[in-house]
Ligand binder design. Structure first.
Ligand code: HMG
Ligand code: MG
Length: 325
């Protein structure tokens, strides 16, 4: 039944790579996306239209988008590619690529098909004022006012799907555990009211625990946020991501973010490590009888390849076990 179907959002090419010090060649990024698309993953966060002064590693996101429109990875099912866009400047940088290829991506008038990817943009708010300042140089209220314009333009101009992240929902590098779930619910409700199609709850620091995850989801439900509109984005800094995933699954959430090889970390969250590894997530879902549509062995191979390619240790426990490493 569809209750056993889980959607995994692969964030490795964006969240996984954004914090890498050495510049990763465009060809490697494109190769990574191509390999991920062949594992059965359907939704891939591919880049970020942020300021290159803030996050230099994401500077070639226009080239990535251009490539995905002109030479989309071959896949048996429709793919969705997502890009972060914090403001109209970033959105317009994405639009200048889209306007060169107006029929290369699926919209309401050009439905999704295997050869034509759908596109999504993601805005990213924060649950605390101090993280909002560090990550966006703006208060929560000012960032939300900007996102309203970004969401409206994304929908009006190209009918794009929009994801609204909220960072530090279970712990903040500057305010500790002092994050109010009611504040998270307020920001989520504001983003949904502006037209966001999905809220991704970011445990940026990996400080989330099972009871706090349960409390947060209960608070969102009480505020009227529907499970089908929520995705969980767990970083695994304290090794609690799969425990928290189990809590969210039991609550009824069916969309989860993960990063191949456990790559990643946020440049404005000191010490935070990567997202829960895609390999670990796929394995965990399989043990529960949930259907991810992702081939575990294939994604293990991608994790081993990309971590070697960029000179990092493979941070996936399952990946290492499968490989006998
Ligand atoms: P600002 O400095 O306040 O921006 O930064 P500004 O409007 O004052 O502009 C300053 C300069 O940046 C100008 O250039 C702009 O044109 C340029 P100049 O005139 O000086 O030459 N600029 C841009 N250039 C390219 N693309 C843009 C853009 N915007 C301005 N979009 C800003 C404000 C939002 C731009 C900045 O704070 C920023 O880029 N922040 C991004 C931070 C970031 O990427 N963080 C990581 C992603 S979020 C994350 O990882 C969390 C997540 O995974 C969930 C979770 O785990 O919690 C999603
Ligand atoms: Mg993140």
């Amino acid at each position: 039944s569809s209750d056993y179907r889980v959607k995994l959002v692969e964030v490795g090419p964006r969240d996984g790579l954004q914090n890498e010090k050495n510049s990763i060649p465009l060809a490697t990024k494109l190769d990574l996306i191509d390999r991920l698309a062949k594992t059965g993953l359907t939704t891939i966060e591919a880049g970020s239209f942020v300021s290159p002064k803030w996050v230099p590693q994401m500077e070639n996101s226009s080239e990535i988008l251009q490539h995905l429109l002109t030479k989309p990875p071959s896949s048996p099912h429709p793919l969705t590619f997502s890009f972060l866009a914090p403001n109209l400047k970033g959105l317009n940088n994405a639009f200048s690529v889209l306007s060169q290829h107006p029929t290369a991506f699926a919209t309401e008038s050009f439905p999704a098909q295997p050869t034509k990817p759908a596109l999504e943009i993601a805005v990213f708010a924060s649950a605390t004022e101090s993280f909002s300042q560090r990550n966006l140089n703006a208060s929560i209220a000012a960032s939300l006012a900007g996102f309203r314009q970004v969401i409206q333009a994304a929908k009006d101009t190209h009918s794009l799907r929009v994801r609204g992240y909220i960072s530090v929902v279970l712990g903040c590098p500057f305010e500790g555990y002092d994050v109010s779930p009611h504040r998270v619910a307020e920001v989520a409700t504001a983003l949904l009211e502006m037209g966001a199609d999905e809220i991704a709850l970011g445990d940026t620091t990996g400080m989330g625990t099972a009871p706090r995850t349960k409390e947060l989801l209960a608070c969102l439900a009480a505020a009227g946020v529907r499970n089908e509109d929520v995705a969980m984005h767990f970083h695994d800094t304290y090794g609690q991501a799969l425990v928290n995933t189990a809590v969210a699954l039991e609550h009824g959430i069916r969309t989860f973010d993960c990063s191949v090889g456990g790559l990643g970390g946020c440049p404005y969250s000191p010490g935070a490590t990567g997202n829960v590894a895609t390999e670990d997530m796929v394995y965990f879902m399989e043990t529960l009888g949930m259907d991810t549509g992702v081939d575990l062995d294939a994604v293990v191979d991608v994790g081993e390849w990309i971590t070697r390619e960029i000179g990092k240790g493979n941070a996936s426990t399952v990946g290492k076990a499968v490989l006998g490493a």
